[in-house]
Structure formats: structure tokens, C-alpha cells
Write a protein that binds this ligand. Sequence first.
Ligand code: PLP
Length: 309
Amino acid sequence: MDAIKFQHQQIFVKRDDLLHPQFSGNKARKLAYFLDHDFPNITKLIGYGSAQANSFYSLASLAKLKNWSFDFYVNHISPYLIDNPCGNYQKSLSLGANIINLGKLHPKITCPTDVYIEQHVSKLNALYVPEGGRSHLAEYGIQVLGKEIADWVTQYQQDIKNSHNSLNSVKVFLPSGTGTTALFLKKYFITNQLAIDVVTAPTVGGDDYLLTQFAMLEENAVFYPTIWDLGKKYHYGKLYREFYDIWLEANKSGIRFELIYDPVGLLALKQYLLQQDNSTELIIYLHQGGLLGNESMLPRYQRKFGDKC
Ligand SMILES: *Cc1c(COP(=O)(O)O)cnc(C)c1O
């Protein structure tokens, strides 16, 4: 946990970006189950998604650590990326990932990648990790994260017991994609009777969509994190001036943040800090890694809004 100043306030940052040189961040937490368990008959990992995705690199790292071969299916790779490999794509290939471009193999195919894999790809001795799926297995790694945060909070509360500062509440802020991490984190805190709030904001599809995502994983709304309403709907992966600005501001702390999810989490945090008196709150921001994606996102931002780094 690192202490930083953000909006003139002390914020603690949980550094999941530093978990492991190759296997770190949010996807490593969600895939921890596979790293920690033995799969005696498995020799191959199968996944799919975007050629630039953090999950591509995390799956490639997992396969490498487990000594499995790795087939990753995509429906498209931009010619620019093929000629100028960078970020998650380049690193995954260097770890030995075998990328299969369905768009090129079967130009006429119209079914989604996951349907294609279900129907046409042999799973013999293979472990198939669907893109958003396997949610019950993701809970395993998020519980470990929850415990790390809770243990740190307990220690911190002990340490400041005799000082004049008393804490009224503890909040963890994080941006959501599928919302899996935020939900299982909140569920862990509630289940273990820990008074730690979880506040999140959507990078995909808005508040209603995020609620639907929670509902798919968990019926009981008691376990749902607080959704911070940013007051504006953003589109996943698009470039926004306020995203770039808050990213530049947060980087002044000395910690590098990422450019797709973090701007949303940081904007929610900033709005929150501006609206209330937080002097008696302990606020934690969860840094979920994904920094390799900056290799392609940062040049896009610099082209669009100029280089202010
Ligand atoms: C995948 C990812 C997220 C989103 O996690 P969800 O559990 O899908 O909400 C957030 N930040 C980073 C860096 C990620 O790679």
C-alpha cells in the first residue's frame, strides 16, 4: 500500500500492478485459481478476446508459468498492430502465445468467437477460459485480495489508535469493467463482517449495465458495491479530455496509472472527494495494473490532445 496525495488528500493505493513481473493486476487476481491449482491432464490453454487486451497477456503469462501451450482466438487484428507490435499483443507473442485470427481464417464466418470455439475447437487436454466467464472461479483470487486489504486496514487502525485521528469509515475505490472484482470484493467484506465500503464506476455501458452485470453473478443485492454516478456516460476505450487530464494529475503522485479503466475510477474518486468532508475517512484506491495497454493508448492520447507529459 502506498500513500499518495490526490486532490490535496491522503489516499492509499493498493498496488496490484506490482504483484508479479508478468502475472499481475486485475486479471492475475481473477486467474489466480488456475495458478494455484494443479491440472494434471492439461497441456493447453484456450482463450479469446481482443488482441490488445490485458487478459491476452495475463493468459499468456499463466500458460508460460504452467508450461502449457496457449491458443488465443481473435476475430480481428488491425494491420497497423501486426506491422507495429506493441503492448499486450507483442508481449503475449513473445511469451509464445499462438494467436488465431478467425477473421482471416474464415472471412465468411459471422458467429461470435466464443460460439466458434464452443463448436469447432477441440478441448482435449485443454483448459478453456471464456472471456467474461468462470466468474465463480474469479472469486477465489478476489477473496485473497480482500483479505490483504482487510489485514492492512486492521493494522493501520491499530497503528493510529493512540493518535488523535479517529476513523469513521473505510472505502475502497476501483473502476469496473464486468464488475466482477468490485462485486466479489464487497461480498468478501460483508461476509467477513468488515466495515469496508466498495465504490466503483463503470467503464462499459453505464450504471444500469453494471447493475445487470452484478445481478448475473449474485442475486443478493446486499453484496452489491456502491455505483458512483459520474453524471456522464462514457464509451469503453474512447478518448476523453477529462480522462487524459485526470491521468496526468494522478501520475504526479509518482505512480503510473493506466489509461482505459483508471480515469473512470479516479474521476469517481475526485468527485467524491470534492463533495464531502473526508477528514475522518480512510480511502484506498485499487490499482489494477494493465500498464502495458498504455503503450498504444498513450500515443493515441498524445496525438489527440498534445504531449503534456
Ligand atoms: C479487466 C480490468 C478491469 C475490470 O475488472 P472487472 O472485474 O471486469 O470489473 C479494471 N482494470 C484493469 C486494469 C483491468 O485489466
